[in-house]
Write a protein that binds this ligand. Structure first.
Ligand code: GUN
Length: 295
């Protein structure tokens, strides 16, 4: 049996192309979608993310508004900026880069964003809308995983899905999305008994635990589709290397299809952020939902 390597880099480029098409359509109506990204402090990884987001936003034809605030910014000043962005009709999406400095309450800050502009899908209203099967803004990484699964498998209806990891950003929303596509869903985590055995029941196995190469071939049902959300920087043979939560070689030997790290889920996250911004812009203007870019 040959294993399909799901090319997230190529798929993300296709999604960006679709986004650019919708942006061109909006421009014909005199509307330019705008994404505001707020970064507090100088965390190096966050600076790289924010730079990439800004670059790709402009590449698809949208306006990018970057707000870089010093690390000692008060929570009140950040909330005042969010209030201004909420009220600004040129801004359709707002993303506050996490983690925030320790003196800020991230839940309070995220919940101050207008839910209609919450392109991260982290606002409590969007979490509730997703959980009740209503039209929501959906977190970018799980949305990217869902798009790749639908593209590879077609209908997901009736399939057994196991999500390893229960974070608010990936595990829980991923499970909700798979349930929305009529999978039978199990959320497993570090305390799950007989984890390999639970995972071997999965037609779809999503690994989002943040533990390098924890999910080996022994966790994979023959022919299963394996989605690796992990991005772990480890040292091997004296060199720094990026690996996922899945042990690629052993899992790929058993799986029917698998996403690599790098080049799998990672590139899809920003592509879905751009997709969410176009979706938010369409909704703000009473236009139909963009096809293929939403859950
Ligand atoms: N930091 C790392 N990933 C993310 C993300 O998806 N959204 C936000 N807001 N911050 C992050």
């Amino acid at each position: 049996m040959t294993t399909t390597i799901i090319d997230g880099k190529a798929f993300a480029a296709k999604v960006r192309g679709q986004v650019a098409g919708y942006v061109a359509g909006l421009k014909e109506r005199g509307i330019i979608p705008g994404l505001a990204v707020v970064l507090v402090g100088e965390d190096p990884a966050s600076q790289v993310y924010v730079r990439n987001k800004g670059k790709q936003t402009v590449e698809v034809g949208m306006n990018s508004y970057e707000h870089k605030l010093p690390v000692d910014t008060s929570e009140a000043d950040l909330l005042a900026l969010i209030a201004r962005l909420n009220a600004d009709p040129a801004v359709h999406g707002i993303l506050v880069q996490l983690p925030l400095p320790g003196h800020m309450n991230a839940d309070l800050v995220i919940n101050a964003i207008d839910p209609a502009k919450d392109v991260d899908g982290f606002h409590i209203s969007n979490v509730g809308l997703l959980g009740t099967g209503q039209k929501a803004m959906v977190p970018c990484t799980p949305l990217g995983c869902l798009m790749m699964l639908r593209d590879h498998l077609g209908s997901l209806s009736g399939l057994n899905a196991v999500v390893v990891g229960r974070s608010n950003i990936v595990g829980k929303p991923m499970a909700q999305l798979l349930l929305g596509d009529s999978c039978t869903v199990t959320i497993a985590h570090s305390r799950t008994k007989d984890l390999p055995e639970v995972c071997r029941r999965a037609d779809i196995l999503v690994a989002a635990v943040g533990r390098p190469e924890m999910v080996t071939g022994a966790f994979v049902k023959p022919g299963a589709t394996v989605i690796d959300v992990g991005i772990n920087r480890i040292e091997r043979d004296g060199k720094m290397k990026l690996v996922g939560d899945v042990h690629f070689e052993s899992a790929a030997a058993v799986a029917g299809a698998i996403t690599p790290v790098p080049g799998g889920v990672g590139p899809m996250t920003i592509a879905c952020l751009l997709a969410n911004t176009v979706t938010a812009c369409h909704r703000a203007n009473g236009l139909p939902e963009p096809q293929g870019l939403t859950a």
